[in-house]
Design a protein around this ligand. Sequence first.
Ligand SMILES: [Zn+2]
Length: 463
Amino acid sequence: MKTSYMVCAMTAALALGGMQATWAETTAQILPQTMDMLKYAISVPTYHGNGQVPKLAEYFAGKLRAGGFPAADVQVIPVGETAALIARIHGTGNGKPVVATGHMDVVPANPKDWQRDPFKMVEEDGYIFGRGVADMKTGTVALVQTFIRLKQEGYKPKRDLILALSGDEERGEISTRELAKRFPNAEFVLIAEGGGGTLDPTTGKPTLFEVQAGEKTYADFQVTYTSPGGHSSEPSPDNAIYHLAKAIDRIAAYKFPPMSNEITRASLAALGQRTPGAIGEAMQAFAKNPHDAQAAAVIAADPAYVGQIGTTCVATMLAGGHAPNALPQSASVTVNCRIFPGTTPAQVRDTLVKVIDDPKAQVSAARPLLGPSASPIRKDVMDAVARAVHQRYPKLDVVPSMASFATDGKVYRAAGIDAYGVAAQFTKPNDTFMHGLNERLPVSEVAASLDYWHTLLKDVGSK
Ligand SMILES: [Zn+2]
């Protein structure tokens, strides 16, 4: 693989009379190797508990070393059954390093449920299929290939460019914490997932590109009642199920107050311009004046957008009682919350306690929580991303966004490092089946990812 890569690069240089090949030409040349690398990456089933991430990390490390990285600049860090990987291109100046990151793990896939083998990448009808093609082995492979390409071009950034790959983003993020500890002085982190380009579902034309600067915190709370129990022929009003039912009614009726930040105001303004009807108008009005209660009410009535203007909590699971002929000894409900940046899980718990307004209720957090996170909208980041996007789609709007799902970004933000989800790919909404069956990605996005990361990393590296 290494030899053919070198030969191609050299042929290109010679064909241009010794001048360096342009980015577009080199992308076409490294595309076959990139597809091979992606095919291999998909074939390694790196889901949680399968112990396969170290194998993929060693494979990437081998490719990086074969591509010209000194052994000392490539490191595989074992973390339990998984691993993280770091590679570094040293800068000539002493600016703070920029980190580019992706994850090597995937969510599980049951071959029985898929139309094709999930761990064998196939290309059909303009798409590549396989577990991880969208989330996010294409992004990760594009980063590895771009670092090799920069090395082979002899690119000397002004500040260190660091490739950091995590190995358990889908579960635990212990490897991400390991990585975050190693670059406390990073200027910012660019994540190859989250954000990215959207295509119009009918025309397939690009509509906008999002830079994911914040994400909501996921938190589960458990509301539990206990009662003495006893024989069901002797009912007592002290019944855990009755108490819980009242508490659930109060939770259902409660609306968290509208919130906004510079990210959601910018993103709702951009979205509002593209969304027809009352909801679009409400988005624009709310973006201008987040105290506009009427606009907030219109947005809150739409399940697709209510999460953009505040914390949401919803009952998702119920348990209680132990026999049809016994009074319940306990009853509980799981309440899943998506917490707006600026609010802590502890504050949401306090709110739930107040809303339930019953000292008999026990309200506990179901798992350890990481604070909500938002990074400032940085002009240097927005401008660099826009330049990379505009090479493909000139003048396309590049806007900040907040996600209601979680990425490695929150781990970096919790460590005090600005992090931005800037996935290279353009896709139609809900077209990639991430985490689902028959995950896919338009094959065009592999080459596009190579172009984009090459431009973006050279841009931020030269500052
Ligand atoms: Zn992912």
